[in-house]
Design a protein around this ligand. Structure first.
Ligand code: 26W
Length: 795
């Protein structure tokens, strides 16, 4: 709590901003006006620790971490910032006291949806944890005008509409036009007195917008610097006067295109020129800013690694290697070998996916055209590596007329990490086996984490209150203290209180579901939740097929003692991902049939609220009883939703994939509903070309479900709508939905059995929370600080 802050002082600050920043009087202020006034009042309290943190970092010449990411899936800021400043309850009192609905005010803020999914949200959690830990850091990203598209359903199909978070003023950012850099594209390279000089064909100005990121208890604040693009050449008045309006504004249009919209693909590399320009724009502006800041107080660029650590969030900013070398050699006269040495000591690379279709491989033609000087430098890096490390001929950065950004990032980094123990093993053994053999200590693991401030303390007040009541305060920034709950799990009273907290969230959610989908669900039912991007490897298809099998079973014997279930789905598909869109359509068609079925009634409901995002996750996860983490083993690098469900007391039904493995290790096998093949068994199973047919023939429930789909049971108006889906399960079941179906179906019956025994269920649920400490992103960031960045906390 900022010293001296009181309800009265905060009210005065809010009213001052309403009058002088928004220029509205309370009588005429809209909800939006009040939100802006409160946001500015809260922001004022962030500026103080922000100044102090920045000042101390300069004064003590501390090493800085620079996180380069094309995505930051931030969500809403107001409540999170207020909580970290210890001002939320005071803010609620002030606003309610002024006759304004605090919850409505909080919900009026648009999500900052500058990301697709896991990678982008991880970057946001990392920024908050670095601030909480007092790790001096900058996040660099792009200030997209349009974030991730808005999803709505028409006839059960996904329809995308542009997202426009900037249609109203964003109170959390500060324009920094003085921090502007020129970024070039295209053109050619000239050799002038023996030195290669790049002559760009196009230039755009990168202009900075800073958002302070304050940590827990406001003890430190870091900067998220997002770039927008401005034309380097002014509006061409002469052309305009000649009536050539388009030409006059062309430079502006060209510039604006760069940061206009976030690419909505999260697993398929599209290879679009604009995407490459976005990646270079971010990276070049960031590196120019980093070197300006370093050179402001240091002369010797050779010692850059002592003061700078740069982390590449996947391959998207992997051009950082060649660009740093270009700046060091072409702009600062450092020789190539020295520049290579500096760059590798400064750079770290995190890989987030093994999916071959997600690996960025630019055609040398496109790459050489957009970045001719960098193409030269990459060739030189490749030949340096080939000379220095005897490697198989097929290993390298430039191969088959492609620039492999994964190999480039690997070779240009001193440390490469995966995001879960299993994933890091696979990065070494299957993604970069030869390079890992050449550089044995280069690949390390940093298992992901999530910030407990947003994902427990903010979104689950009933449970956060119970935890504080039970073990005292402070766990929010020391999550391993949740282990102190374990002795209480044995007490029925505590378990009842735990159950009551969950129920409170479920009751709140039933109202929200009714409003958003029109479906009436009972808080007594088991809330079974799968929320994440729609993708075949995440197997939402297996979930909906099992849901239909369950529905069918209930219809066979409605009077049996069924555990009522509500299946909750949430998630967007990349706009061009046809198969994923078909799965969305199937889930909505299934929901329509099941929810209208009087035979089944309340025993089973299916809901799929449109436009899943960070704010919706904050509502759904605290109310969940069961966490669906059912990806094909070896495909989900880590998962982070799985960690959020664990923290919020929802046991997992899942495979031994990604961080599920470590979740099960931490919580205990008896508190985890495991099913399915391991990565090794998956590889084995694939050897059987008829693996799907054998599995289907061995499972009557699956046969029945596929039969119903084929007959159009869920699409009477279009009977063959799902023939493609059925055909893919039979003949192209790459992600082994059929082979894992029976085990999944059986595990779901296990879940019902456990749920019928409240003592057993609430023990499982409470142990998930009590043993989730390891999955705090504070623990993850401490790992990066120690094993990759060699930085210390300033606190
Ligand atoms: C080039 C298109 C593109 C864009 C984004 C390809 C791949 C991505 C991301 C790497 C996809 C992603 O979000 N991966 C997820 O990262 C999370 C954070 O580490 C992991 O928890 C998830 O398992 C992983 O799928």
């Amino acid at each position: 709590m900022p010293p001296g802050a009181t309800v009265d002082s905060l009210r005065a600050e809010v009213l001052r901003h309403l009058s002088f920043t928004i220029a509205k009087d309370p009588g005429h202020a809209s909800l939006h006006d009040w939100r802006m006034a409160l946001s500015y009042a809260i922001r004022d309290h962030i500026v103080t620790p922000w100044y102090a943190s920045t000042r101390r970092t300069w004064d003590e010449d501390r090493k800085r971490v620079y996180y380069l990411s094309m995505e930051y899936l931030i969500g809403r800021v107001l409540e999170d910032a207020a909580i970290n400043l210890g001002l939320r309850d005071m803010a609620r009192e002030v606003i309610e006291g002024l006759g304004v609905d605090f919850n409505a005010l909080v919900e009026d803020e648009p999500d900052a949806a500058l990301g697709n999914g896991g990678l982008g949200r991880l970057a946001a959690c990392f920024m908050e944890s670095m601030a909480t830990l007092g790790c001096p850091a900058y996040g660099y990203g792009l200030r997209y005008e349009h974030g991730l598209f808005r999803q709505r359903f028409e006839g059960g199909r996904q329809v995308e509409t542009p997202e426009d978070w900037l249609v109203t003023t964003n109170p959390w950012e500060f324009d920094r036009p003085e921090s502007a850099y020129t970024v070039g594209f295209k053109g050619h390279v000239e050799s002038r007195d023996g030195r290669d000089v790049w002559v760009p064909g196009e230039t755009v100005t990168a202009s900075a917008h800073d958002t302070p990121v304050v940590g827990w208890q406001g003890r430190w604040a870091n900067t998220l610097r997002l770039w927008s693009a401005k034309p380097t050449t002014l509006f061409d008045l002469e052309r305009f006067n000649r009536g050539d309006y388009a030409a006059a504004t062309e430079p502006e249009q060209l510039a604006r295109t760069i940061c206009r919209v976030l690419y909505p693909d999260d697993t398929t590399y599209a290879g679009k020129e604009l995407r490459l320009k976005q990646e270079f724009f971010l990276t070049s502006a960031a590196l120019q800013d980093i070197l300006r800041r370093y050179c402001y107080t240091h002369k010797d660029l050779g010692r850059l690694p002592e003061r700078v650590a740069i982390q590449m969030n996947d391959t998207h900013p992997a051009i950082a290697g060649p660009e740093l070398i270009r700046l060091l050699t072409d702009k600062h006269g450092v020789d190539f070998d020295a520049a290579m040495d500096v760059a590798r000591k400064v750079l770290g690379f995190t890989n987030h996916t093994l999916l071959p279709e997600a690996l960025e491989r630019w055609s040398t033609y496109l790459f050489g055209n957009v970045l001719p000087r960098h193409m030269q430098i990459i060739e030189r890096i490749d030949s340096w590596h080939r000379r220095t490390y005897p490697r198989p001929h097929f290993v390298g950065i430039v191969k088959h007329h492609e620039v492999r950004m994964g190999e480039l990032a690997f070779i240009m980094s001193h440390k490469v990490n995966g995001v879960s123990a299993l994933h890091s093993k696979l990065v070494k053994s299957s993604l970069f086996p030869e390079l890992s053999a050449l550089h044995p200590d280069r690949v390390v693991n940093q298992t992901n984490g999530v910030t407990p401030r947003r994902w427990l303390n903010l979104c689950n007040r009933p449970l956060a209150g119970l935890i504080t009541e039970t073990i005292g305060d402070g766990w929010q920034a020391d999550l391993d203290r949740l282990h102190e709950l374990e002795p209480h799990v044995e007490e029925a009273g505590f378990r009842d209180a735990f159950a009551a907290a969950k129920r409170a969230n479920k009751v709140a959610l039933t109202g929200w579901i009714k409003d958003r989908t029109g479906v009436v669900v009972s808080p007594d039912a088991l809330f079974d939740v799968q929320v994440k991007r729609i993708h075949e490897y995440k197997r939402q298809l297996m979930n909906v097929l099992q849901t239909i099998a369950h529905w069918h079973a209930i219809r066979q014997d409605p009077q049996a003692d069924w555990v009522p279930r509500v299946k909750i789905f949430g998630g967007k598909s990349a706009p061009g991902y046809f198969v994923a869109k078909e799965i969305i359509h199937l889930i909505n068609d299934t929901a329509r049939v099941i929810n209208a079925d009087p035979v089944v009634g309340d025993r089973l409901k299916v809901v799929y609220p449109a436009n899943y995002n960070v704010s919706m996750a904050e509502k759904l996860i605290p109310a969940a009883d069961l966490s669906e983490q059912i990806s094909t083993a070896g495909k989900e690098a880590s998962g982070t939703g799985n960690m959020k469900f664990m923290m919020n007391g929802a046991p997992t039904i899942g495979t031994l994939d990604g961080a599920n493995v470590e979740i099960r290790e931490q919580v205990g096998a008896e508190n985890f509903f495991l099913f399915g093949m391991t990565t090794e068994q998956v590889a084995e199973r694939r050897k059987d070309p008829d693996h799907a047919r054998h599995a289907i023939e061995a499972s009557q429930p699956l046969q029945d479900v596929l039969q119903m789909l084929a007959e159009g049971r869920f699409s009477p108006d279009h009977p063959d709508r799902y023939h493609g889906v059925v055909d893919r399960v039979w003949h192209h079941d790459y992600f082994l939905v059929a082979s894992d179906f029976a085990a999944y179906h059986a595990a779901q019956a296990e879940v019902d059995a456990a749920y019928r025994d409240p003592a057993r269920w609430w023990r499982m649920a409470a142990f998930n929370t009590a043993r989730s400490g390891f999955f705090s992103s504070d623990r993850t960031i401490r790992g990066y600080m120690q094993e990759i960045w060699s930085t210390e906390s300033a606190l």
